[in-house]
Design a protein around this ligand. Structure first.
Ligand SMILES: O=C(O)CCC(=O)C(=O)O
Ligand SMILES: [Fe+2]
Length: 301
């Protein structure tokens, strides 16, 4: 039996000392930040805290989240809040809180990662007031198993998924994560197991509204890799991994479509999803779609 091994922390985490959302510290940080991020490292800001307002502290309770959903979500494009429970006043205050996190995260990413700035598309914002530990979920939905992100209803056709996380736990509780093997290893191990997409199914999913656009060969591959990783208990036990607890008052940024990650515990987290076109990358050859195309020898979108 193989035993799980670990990489050195600087191999998986790039620590940067920004303390203000509107000025991500020295500009000489910028080149190394983008390169590290595209390599699959997590950019970690130990002292970058998102401040909530005193009247917002009451929302730090699982009672405000729909029991079936893990997160309260917000669409910055429409202002719509989903999976929140409360009075119309509560929902409107939650909406403003999430909008503020979106605006803050977007401003930060724009300055920290200027080459993405003009091409950055905002996805959903979420607030996660439910304790992660002890949730009972099917393997495929269980984010405490190492995975790369792929969204069943939101095909990306290769566009990158960039997420900003901020732990706002008021009781000193960290967000306990695992960081797994490099994407190339994941792809080599799992891509050969994926069966091709059923002819016509991408068209059908889109026609019935199950997907927001057509699921490409890339999306099919990524969804199946996501599921196969989570469903493989031996892989989960034996793969190289690092555990790291992101303390309250810290923020981290990661391309979650490339970096294997899992959340084991924690409560009260903000998250913002952005989409970054492959062409906006400093080195597009580091995108999962380009890596998978190289390994499979086919065009995937
Ligand atoms: O909630 C978390 O800490 C992270 C869960 C996760 O896997 C994700 O948001 O992609
Ligand atoms: Fe994830």
């Amino acid at each position: 039996m193989g035993t799980a091994s670990t990489r050195s922390l600087p191999e998986v985490l790039e620590t940067l000392d920004a303390i203000a959302w509107d000025s991500p510290a020295a500009t000489n940080m910028v080149q190394s930040a983008v390169a590290a991020l595209e390599d699959g490292k997590v950019l970690y800001f130990p002292r970058l805290a998102f401040s909530t307002l005193p009247p917002e502290k009451r929302f730090f309770s699982p009672a405000f989240a729909d029991e079936k959903a893990k997160n309260i979500s917000f669409d910055p494009a429409t202002g719509q809040v989903r999976h929140a429970v409360g009075t119309p006043e509560d929902i409107s205050a939650i909406s403003s809180m999430l909008k503020r996190f979106h605006d803050t995260a977007r401003q930060f990413v724009t300055v920290l990662l200027p080459q993405y700035a003009g091409r950055l598309q905002s996805g959903r914002t979420s607030f996660r007031p439910v304790e992660v530990q002890g949730r009972k979920l099917s393997a495929r939905k269980d984010d405490s198993r190492l995975h790369v992100d792929a969204f069943p209803s939101t095909p990306t056709a290769g566009t990158r998924i960039l997420r900003v996380f901020s732990n706002v736990n008021p009781e000193g509780r960290g967000r306990d994560w695992l960081l797994g093997a490099p994407f190339e290893d994941v792809a080599r191990q799992f891509a050969p197991r994926v069966r091709p997409q059923m002819p016509g199914s991408a068209w059908l999913f889109n026609a019935i509204g199950a997907t927001k656009s057509r699921r490409t060969a890339y999306d099919h591959l990524m969804l199946n890799i996501h599921d196969a990783m989570k469903q493989d208990d031996t892989y989960q036990a034996q793969v190289v991994k690092n555990d790291f607890s992101f303390p309250p008052g810290s923020t981290w940024i990661v391309f979650t479509d490339k970096t294997s990650h899992a959340a084991l515990g924690g409560q009260h987290l903000f998250e913002q999803t952005f989409y970054v076109p492959v062409e906006a990358m400093l080195d597009p050859s580091k995108a999962p779609i380009r890596i998978l195309e190289r390994l499979t020898g086919s065009v995937l979108a």
